[in-house]
Write a protein of this length. Structure first.
Length: 461
C-alpha cells in the first residue's frame, strides 16, 4: 500500500515518494505543467509539478486531464506557493485511466448539489461530498467508540419484521407473492399465509422493541443499522432508507436518558471537530458560515430543557408566523421545532412530556394521565434530531394503553412478557444518523449526506 496523499502532505521535503490519485486540475505553461492530485484522503490535494524540459512526453500529458487516474513518483520539494508545504516534482508518471474532457461530467467548475445527485456515482470526487463522506466515517466510528467506552453492547436487530408491532411510520411490504396472481382469502383480502414468512412481513422502522429485550438482560445496549420508512413526503430531512442509532438502558428513567443523549451528541461533535479539522473548516466557510464556532459552543453549553406544555405556551405567542398554528395537543412541525431551538432557546433543547395522543403506545404514562415521558432533542436548522422516551414498564398500564389504541395484545405477546418477567424502568432513544451528519456538516438536504439516497421516486444507483 502506498502512502495516501494526506500522509504525503505531512512529509519532509527531500523525501522520495509515489503519489496516486485522480487529477483535479491541470494548468500548463510553456515550461511547466501543474497537476493537482487528490485521493480522497484529505480535502487538500498534492501539487505535482512537471518540468517539461525534463519530462518530454506531450502525448502522455495530453491524455492526463481532470478526472484521470495516475501514479506519479518523484521528490517532495518545499513549495513556494502558500497553499501547501510540499509539492511533488515528478520523475515518472503512469496513467491508469483517462477521463476525456468532452465526456467527464466533473470538470473544474461549481456544480449544484442537485446536479451532483444525478451523478451520485461520481459526486464523491468533489470537495463537498468527499468531505461529507469523511465526516460520516468519523461519526460512524465515534458512535461505536462512545457506546463501547460506556459498556453498551452492540445488538443487531432484524431488518425484516413480521411482528406488526411497530407503528413509527409507514412501512414497506416484503413479499415474494406473485403480484400478477395474488392469493386471496374469501373476504377478498390478501392471503399472506401463502407468502414467504407465512404472514405479512415489512421492513423495520425501528429496532427498539427488539432492542428492549436485550436491554432487559444486558442492561445497556445499542443498535446502529438501516431503517426504512415509506415517508411519502419530499422534505430535506426525510429519507425512505436511513441509518438509526438506538440505545436502550435498563434501570434508567427519562432523566438518565436525557443525560446520555446530550453526552452522546457532544461526544460525536467533539470527535468530528478534532478528527476532521480541515473538512470542518471547509463546511464552516462554504456550507454553513461559522458552523465550527457554533458546534464548539454547543459542546460547552448545557442543553435547554422544556416541557411540551411550556413549549406550546412559547409557540402560541408566535402563532402568527407559522404555517400551522399550535395549540396544546398539536404535533409539533419542523417550523415549531426550529423556532423553539433557534429563537426561544438559541441552541439544542430537549422537549419532554408530550400529550399521549401524539406519541407511541410504549411511552411511560405520567401521573397526570395526559402526558407521557417522551423526549425529543431539537436543534437549530433541523428540528428533531433525536426522539426517545422512558418506556412503560407497568404491565397493566401498558395493556390499557394498547386497548385504547386498539392494538392486539396477541401481536405483542413477547413485548408484554418483558413486563411480566423482571420488568424494570428502562429508557432509550433513536438518533437519525443522517440528521446528525446534516447537523455537523451544515448540509441542507439529507440526500447529500448519504451515498445513494432512497426517497419518493428516487432509488437510482
Ligand atoms: P420526524 O418527526 O422528524 O419525521 P419521527 O418523530 O417520525 O421524526 P422517530 O420515530 O422519533 O422519528 O425516529 C427517531 C429519529 O430518527 C428521529 O429523531 C430522526 O432523527 C430520525 N428519522 C426519523 N424519520 C426519518 C427519516 N425518514 N429520514 C431520516 N431520519 C429519520
Ligand atoms: Mn420522533
Amino acid at each position: 500500500m502506498n502512502a495516501r496523499i494526506a500522509q504525503l502532505l505531512s512529509l519532509q521535503a527531500g523525501t522520495k515518494v509515489v503519489a496516486e490519485g485522480w487529477v483535479r486540475t491541470k494548468r500548463e505553461s510553456k515550461t511547466v505543467c501543474f497537476l493537482e492530485l487528490n485521493d480522497g484522503s484529505s480535502l487538500k490535494g498534492l501539487q505535482i509539478v512537471v518540468d517539461l524540459a525534463l519530462f518530454n512526453n506531450p502525448e502522455l500529458l495530453g491524455k492526463i486531464n481532470t478526472g484521470a487516474a495516475i501514479a506519479c513518483s518523484g521528490v517532495l520539494v518545499e513549495s513556494i506557493g502558500t497553499n501547501q508545504a510540499v509539492e511533488l516534482h515528478a520523475e515518472t508518471i503512469e496513467l491508469f485511466g483517462e477521463a476525456p474532457v468532452d465526456t467527464y461530467p466533473l470538470q473544474k467548475k461549481r456544480h449544484t448539489l442537485e446536479f451532483l445527485r444525478e451523478i451520485a456515482h461520481l459526486r464523491v470526487r468533489t470537495n463537498t461530498i468527499g468531505a461529507v463522506a469523511r465526516v460520516r466515517n468519523t461519526l460512524s466510528f465515534a458512535v461505536h467508540e462512545f457506546f463501547q467506552e460506556h459498556g453498551f453492547v452492540y445488538v443487531h436487530t432484524p431488518i425484516i419484521s413480521a411482528s406488526d408491532a411497530e407503528g413509527a411510520g409507514e412501512q414497506f411490504l416484503v413479499t415474494t407473492l406473485d403480484l400478477k396472481d395474488v392469493p386471496k382469502l374469501p373476504d377478498g383480502s390478501v392471503d399472506y399465509s401463502k407468502d414467504f414468512f407465512g404472514k405479512q412481513a415489512k421492513l423495520t422502522v425501528s429496532g427498539q422493541l427488539e432492542g428492549e429485550t436485550y436491554a432487559l438482560a444486558l442492561k445497556n445496549i445499542y443498535t446502529f443499522g438501516p431503517t426504512f420508512r415509506a415517508e411519502n413526503s419530499n422534505t430535506k430531512r426525510h429519507l425512505a432508507e436511513f441509518w438509526m442509532i438506538e440505545p436502550e438502558m435498563a434501570f434508567c428513567t427519562l432523566e438518565g436518558n436525557m443525560a446520555v443523549a446530550e453526552q452522546f451528541l457532544k461526544f460525536l461533535f467533539k470527535r468530528v471537530l478534532s478528527r476532521n479539522t480541515e473538512d470542518m473548516e471547509f463546511f464552516s466557510q462554504f456550507v454553513e458560515k461559522g458552523l465550527r464556532n457554533v458546534l464548539e459552543q454547543v459542546i460547552e453549553t448545557p442543553f435547554s430543557h422544556m416541557t411540551y406544555t411550556d413549549a406550546v405556551k412559547e409557540l402560541e405567542k408566535a402563532n402568527g408566523q407559522f404555517d400551522y398554528p399550535v395549540h396544546w395537543g398539536s404535533d409539533l412541525q419542523t417550523e415549531h421545532e426550529r423556532y423553539l431551538s433557534e429563537t426561544v432557546c438559541k441552541g439544542p433543547v430537549i422537549v419532554t412530556d408530550y400529550p399521549k395522543e401524539i406519541k407511541a403506545f410504549y411511552m411511560k404514562l405520567n401521573d397526570d394521565g395526559k402526558t407521557v415521558r417522551a423526549m425529543d432533542v431539537l436543534v437549530p436548522r433541523l428540528g428533531e434530531i433525536i426522539g426517545g422516551s422512558e418506556r412503560e414498564s407497568r404491565l397493566e398500564v401498558l395493556q390499557d394503553r394498547m386497548n385504547l389504541l386498539n392494538l392486539n395484545p396477541a401481536d405483542y405477546w413477547w413485548y408484554l412478557d418483558l413486563r411480566r418477567f423482571g420488568s424494570v424502568p428502562h429508557a432509550g432513544f433513536g438518533l437519525g444518523f443522517e440528521r446528525a451528519v446534516q447537523y455537523v456538516t451544515g448540509m441542507q438536504n439529507i440526500r447529500d449526506v448519504i451515498p445513494f439516497p432512497r426517497a419518493v421516486k428516487q432509488a437510482d444507483f
